[in-house]
Design a binder for this molecule. Structure first.
Ligand code: SAH
Ligand code: DHB
Ligand code: MG
Length: 230
């Protein structure tokens, strides 16, 4: 009997990365500002956990496809996803992005400004849950991207839903977590929070949602996409 392969992931990872590079080369030509944002974030030693280029473009396409004018983002990091989303907005659009780490926010601010988006993007520094109370007046939002501390994704989703217009999209990153989403043995609080998110959404009449598993340069994870019912 052949030995079972102990670890097929590294091989798959190479292929996933190669396909991401292939797709990016043909379909996701990055503008200079996006490349600069990646480079500056790397130089500033930010963790390399931004969405991949194909994922960034997906966020951009989703926001454009619903004609989003007001966007809310949880978790800015160096503003890579922020710039993709900002590019989807009309000139008078507005994107509020929330970041807890002042050092990351400084890098993000420079990247936003290099992208010419300082008139559109409103970056707020602090723990997102503390910032939400003053955001009440800024909504309703057309598009929300949840990508901050994963334990709070259910709370961010609940707030976003209460402050979304009918027809809005809410997208949550990192919900599959290498498949542990469906592993009953996992007691990782980040995983439990994603399960809680799925259960809350399942019980919620105001949204229709699905989760798509993703592989690529960032490994194996997934997005939840929820439409706020018109
Ligand atoms: N959306 C970014 C990646 C975000 S990484 C992109 O794809 O380009 C997650 C970010 O959430 C980190 O920058 C982290 O500092 C921030 N974060 C963590 N806890 C937070 C909190 N409580 N409130 C706001 N931001 C938080
Ligand atoms: C992490 C955060 C993210 O938003 C992500 O997409 C990948 C990893 C993290 O905190 O490790
Ligand atoms: Mg993420």
């Amino acid at each position: 009997m052949p030995e079972p392969r102990q670890n097929h992931r590294p091989m798959a990872q190479g292929q996933w990365t190669a396909v991401d590079e292939y797709v990016t080369g043909l379909l996701v030509p990055e503008e200079a500002a996006l490349e600069a944002a990646e480079r500056n974030s790397e130089d500033a030693r930010l963790p390399p956990i931004q969405v991949s280029p194909p994922q960034g473009k997906l966020l951009y396409l989703l926001a454009r496809s619903i004609g989003a004018r007001r966007i809310l983002e949880f978790g800015t990091l160096g503003a890579y996803s922020t710039i993709w989303l900002g590019r989807a907005l009309p000139e008078d659009g507005r994107l509020i992005t929330l970041e807890a780490d002042p050092g990351y926010a400084e890098v993000a601010r420079a990247n936003i400004s290099r992208a010419g988006l300082e008139g559109v993007v409103d970056l707020r520094v602090g723990a997102a849950l503390d910032l939400l109370s003053v955001l009440r007046e800024e909504g309703p939002f057309d598009f929300t991207f949840i990508d901050a501390d994963k334990e709070n994704s259910p709370a961010y989703f609940a707030w976003a839903l209460d402050h979304s217009r009918p027809g809005a999209l809410i997208v949550a990153d990192n919900v599959v977590r290498e498949g542990t989403l469906a592993d009953p043995e996992s007691d990782d609080p980040k995983v439990l929070a994603q399960r809680q998110l799925h259960e809350a959404v399942a019980a919620e009449d105001r949204v229709s949602a699905t989760t798509i598993q993703t592989v690529g340069g960032k490994g194996y994870d997934g997005f939840m996409v929820a439409l706020v019912e018109p």
